[in-house]
Design a protein around this ligand. Structure first.
Ligand code: AMP
Length: 119
């Protein structure tokens, strides 16, 4: 893989770019979003550099489930487990800007029809 193809999040995982790391294990890393859209806004990122959700296959079942469990765990760690949302943007048309699969964990905010439309 050429340098140009290495995603921003792989560079963060490899500690080539600094980030505010909340949690990590052998399968994923969780960072605080650099431009938070909610009081708590974390990104759960698999180490495996799947570009988009649709690039995941049957062989990724375990890691995909793991990402959900970790999302719940970090929500609990940050005290927002009573009210948080998970968002995955798949494709540029859906607003995806970093092409390395990630789950947005958005918590501790008022979810109404206005901001449901935003994210
Ligand atoms: P998406 O638009 O779904 O691809 O989400 C990409 C997210 O990555 C956005 O919410 C950005 O604010 C966030 N982001 C971009 N660069 C960084 C960075 N260096 N550290 C943390 N979050 C970032």
């Amino acid at each position: 893989m050429s340098d140009a193809q290495v995603s921003l999040f792989t560079r963060i995982i490899n500690r080539e770019i600094p980030a505010d790391i909340v949690y990590e294990d052998d399968q994923c890393i969780v960072i605080n979003d650099i431009a938070p859209q909610a009081p708590v806004h974390m990104l759960v990122i698999p180490r495996k550099p799947l570009a988009m959700l649709v690039d995941a296959g049957p062989e990724d079942k375990m890691v995909m489930g793991h990402l959900l469990l970790v999302a719940g765990e970090v929500a609990r760690m940050r005290g927002v487990d009573e009210a948080f949302r998970l968002v995955i943007n798949n494709g540029a048309g859906a607003g995806q800007t970093v092409f390395h699969l990630h789950l947005h964990v958005l918590g501790n905010t008022q979810f109404d029809e206005t901001n449901l439309a935003t994210f």
